[in-house]
Design a protein around this ligand. Structure first.
Ligand SMILES: [Zn+2]
Length: 597
C-alpha cells in the first residue's frame, strides 16, 4: 500500500550562494531519501524554498545597494539553479515572499492567538546608538550567560544550543560596528511555550527512534521552556494581522516564525498549483502519513520544539486546549533528521575566512553525482566531518570510477562484443545464483537503512554488491571462455542482471549516472527524473514573478526491486561512467578553491 510521505527540507537564506556545507546538511540527504521513497512506491511531497525575511537579507541588501526584494530575487534564482544542478527532486522549492506564504502564516498565527497561545509582553529591544536602528539579535554578539562561550548570538548560543535574549548576553556588542547596543522598551507578541510543556513532552516521549543527538538536545529544550518572542521591530517580513499591529511600520513576524510555517505553506502552494487545492491534505491531515524533516544541527530547536508547538497550538492540542484552526488537525513532525557540520580544516565553512566551496563552482567542474556520493558516504551524518580534496579524489576514483564505472563498462562491453545484446543464461552455475541472491537481497537491506536515514550504511551496502560483482567477474573470467560460449553467456547475463540491480540500488545517490546506465543497458525513457527551474506568476500578488524549482517524477521508471534484464535486448559499446580525477587534485584542490592548511 502506498504511504504519503512528506519530505520537509530546511529553508536556506536567500542572502548569498550556497556552499557544499549547506547542501550536505539539508540538500543531498533529503533527496536521496525522497528518491528512495518514490522508487519504493510511496507518494512523496518534497517541499522547501528560500528564507527571505529577517535581518540576514537586510544586511546583504545594504551591502549590495539593492532592495530586500531584489536581493531575495537574485539569490533565490541562484540557489534554485544550484539545487537543480545537484538534481534535488523538489516537488516545490518556493520562497517566503509569496502572497500564499503570508496568508498561511497569518492564518496559523490567528489560530494560535484564538486558542490563547500568544501573549503580549513589554520587553527590551536592542538599538544601535549610532544609527538609532533596531539591532537584530543575530548581529549582537557576546558571552553566553549559560556556558560562557564568547561568540554567542543575541538569539541563540551555537556552543550550548540554548535560546537567549540579547539583553542576557554578557559584554554585548554589535557585529556590524562593534559598538555596545542600547536596550529600550518595546512591545512584542510571545508564543506561550510553557503552555506546551505537557503536550510537547507527551509527544516527544513517543519519539524513541530519533537520532540520539536530536533526542537529547530536544529533551533538554523541553525541560526549560520560556515564552518566546514571535515579532520583531523590523520593516521587512510578514505583517501581524491584529488591530493595532497590522498598520505599524516596524512590527513584523520574527523570521523564524514565518520560515518554519513554510513547510506547510509550500505544501498548500504546491496543491494550488497542481489544480487540486486540497492535494496537501493526505500529507498533513491523514494520521497514517509520514513526515521527515531534514536540517543541519543548528536548526533542531525550530523543528523539534517550536514548529511542533505551533502545530499543537493551531490544532487546539496544547496544554490550554482550544479548537482546530482553519486547516483542521495538522500532523506533527514524524522524524527530525539532523546532520552535523561539514567542515574544512576543522572549521565551519565561512565566506569571511575564505574556507568555502560554492555548489556552483563544484558542479561546473565535477558534476552532481560525485558530490552527492561523497556527501552520502563521507558526509557529516553523525559527526562533524572535514571535507578534504584528497578524500573526494579517492572516493571518486576508487569507488565510482574503478569499482562502479568499471563494472558497468566491463559487463556491457563484453556482452556487446560477444553477443551484441543481452545473452541468455544457458549454462547456469551456483556462483551465478549466489551473486544474484546477494543483489536481490540488498533491496531489503539498503531500503531499511534508507528508511532510517542511515545513508552511509545504505551506500556501503549497495557498493558491497558492486564489489561482489567485480570479484565474480574476476573469478569467472568470461573473457577466457571462448571455448565455452554457453557458460560465457550465463556469466555475462548474471553480470548484466547485477549491474541492473546495483543501478537501481544506487539511483537515489547517483540519479544522473543511473539514467546513463539505464540507457547503456538498452533502456529508453526516463529512469530517474530531474527537477526543472521555472518562472511562475505569484498566485496572489499581481505582477510578481517567482523562480521555482519543481518536477514531474510520476513518469520515472526507477523502482525499488530487481527487474529481470531482457534477453536479446541490443547493447552498444558504453562510454565511461565517471572520469578519473587527476591525483594531484587531491593534494592541492582546484585552482578556484581555497587551499587547505
Ligand atoms: Zn552557551
Amino acid at each position: 500500500m502506498s504511504t504519503s510521505v512528506l519530505t520537509a527540507v530546511a529553508w536556506p537564506y536567500a542572502n548569498g550562494p550556497r556552499h557544499i556545507g549547506h547542501v550536505s546538511g539539508f540538500g543531498v540527504p533529503s533527496d536521496v531519501f525522497s528518491r528512495y521513497q518514490r522508487m519504493a512506491g510511496n507518494r512523496v511531497l518534497m517541499v522547501s524554498g528560500t528564507d527571505e525575511h529577517g535581518t540576514p537579507i537586510l544586511v546583504q541588501s545594504d551591502k549590495e545597494g539593492l532592495s530586500p526584494q531584489e536581493t531575495a530575487d537574485k539569490y533565490t534564482r541562484q540557489i534554485s539553479q544550484d539545487l537543480r544542478g545537484l538534481g534535488l527532486s523538489y516537488d516545490l522549492f518556493t520562497r517566503t515572499t509569496t502572497g500564499n506564504h503570508a496568508e498561511v502564516v497569518q492564518q496559523i498565527f490567528l489560530a494560535l492567538h484564538r486558542n490563547g497561545y500568544v501573549v503580549p509582553k513589554t520587553t527590551t529591544g536592542a538599538v544601535s546608538p549610532s544609527t538609532g536602528r533596531t539591532l537584530p539579535d543575530r548581529y549582537i554578539e557576546g558571552t553566553c550567560p549559560l556556558c560562557g562561550y564568547d561568540g554567542a548570538r543575541g538569539d541563540q548560543c551555537d556552543n550550548c544550543g540554548n535560546q537567549l535574549d540579547a539583553a542576557e548576553l554578557k559584554n554585548p556588542r554589535s557585529r556590524i560596528n562593534g559598538e555596545k547596543p542600547e536596550f529600550v522598551e518595546t512591545e512584542h507578541l510571545f508564543l506561550d511555550l510553557p503552555a506546551f510543556t505537557e503536550s510537547l513532552g507527551d509527544w516527544l516521549s513517543t519519539k524513541t527512534d530519533w537520532r540520539p543527538n536530536v533526542l537529547n538536545f530536544t529533551k533538554n529544550l523541553v525541560d526549560d521552556m520560556r515564552p518566546r518572542p514571535i515579532t520583531r521591530d523590523l520593516d521587512w517580513g510578514v505583517k501581524v494581522p491584529l488591530d493595532g499591529w497590522r498598520d505599524q511600520p516596524l512590527k513584523r513576524f520574527y523570521v523564524w516564525f514565518d520560515a518554519v510555517i513554510g513547510y506547510f505553506s509550500a505544501s498548500v502552494e504546491w496543491a494550488r498549483r497542481s489544480g487540486d487545492p486540497d492535494a496537501w491534505k493526505p500529507f498533513w491531515t491523514d494520521p497514517d502519513a509520514q513526515s521527515f524533516y531534514f536540517m543541519g544541527k543548528d536548526n533542531i530547536t525550530f523543528h523539534a520544539q517550536l514548529w511542533p508547538a505551533f502545530l499543537l497550538g493551531h490544532n487546539g492540542q496544547g496544554d490550554k486546549g482550544g479548537e482546530p484552526g482553519p486547516y483542521g488537525t495538522l500532523n506533527l513532525p514524524g522524524e527530525i533528521v539532523s546532520s552535523e557540520f561539514l567542515t574544512m580544516s576543522g572549521s565551519k565553512f565561512s565566506t569571511s575566512r575564505g574556507t568555502v566551496i560554492y555548489v556552483e563552482d563544484f558542479l561546473r567542474e565535477f558534476g552532481p553525482d560525485t558530490l552527492r556520493y561523497f556527501i552520502s558516504v563521507a558526509g557529516p551524518e553523525t559527526q562533524d566531518t572535514d571535507f578534504t580534496w584528497d578524500e573526494f579524489v579517492r572516493r571518486t576514483n576508487f569507488e565510482l570510477a574503478n569499482e562502479w564505472g568499471n563494472l558497468v563498462n566491463r559487463s556491457i562491453s563484453l556482452a556487446h562484443k560477444n553477443n551484441g545484446g543481452v545473452p541468455a543464461p544457458t549454462a547456469p552455475a551456483p556462483a551465478d545464483e549466489e551473486l544474484k541472491a546477494l543483489s536481490r537481497g540488498a533491496f531489503d537491506t539498503v531500503g531499511t537503512h534508507l528508511r532510517h536515514s542511515r545513508f552511509k550504511q545504505a551506500a556501503g551496502e549497495a557498493m558491497r554488491v558492486v564489489s561482489a560483482a567485480n570479484k565474480y567477474l574476476s573469478d569467472q573470467e568470461p573473457w577466457k571462455l571462448k571455448e565455452d560460449p554457453d557458460r560465457r553467456d550465463a556469466v555475462l547475463h548474471t553480470a548484466l542482471q547485477v549491474v541492473s540491480d546495483a543501478n537501481a540500488l544506487l539511483t537515489p545517490f547517483l540519479p544522473h549516472a543511473a539514467q546513463k546506465v539505464h540507457e547503456a543497458l538498452g533502456g529508453t525513457g526516463v529512469w530517474a527524473a530531474q527537477p526543472e527551474c521555472h518562472d511562475v506568476e505569484d498566485l496572489d500578488i499581481p505582477g510578481r514573478t517567482n523562480p521555482i524549482l519543481t518536477g514531474d517524477y510520476s513518469h520515472e521508471q526507477a523502482t525499488w526491486e530487481s527487474t529481470p534484464v531482457e534477453v536479446g535486448r541490443p547493447l552498444e559499446k558504453p562510454s565511461p561512467l565517471f572520469a578519473k580525477l587527476d591525483a594531484s587534485l587531491g593534494e592541492t584542490g582546484p585552482e578556484w578553491a581555497p587551499i587547505q592548511s
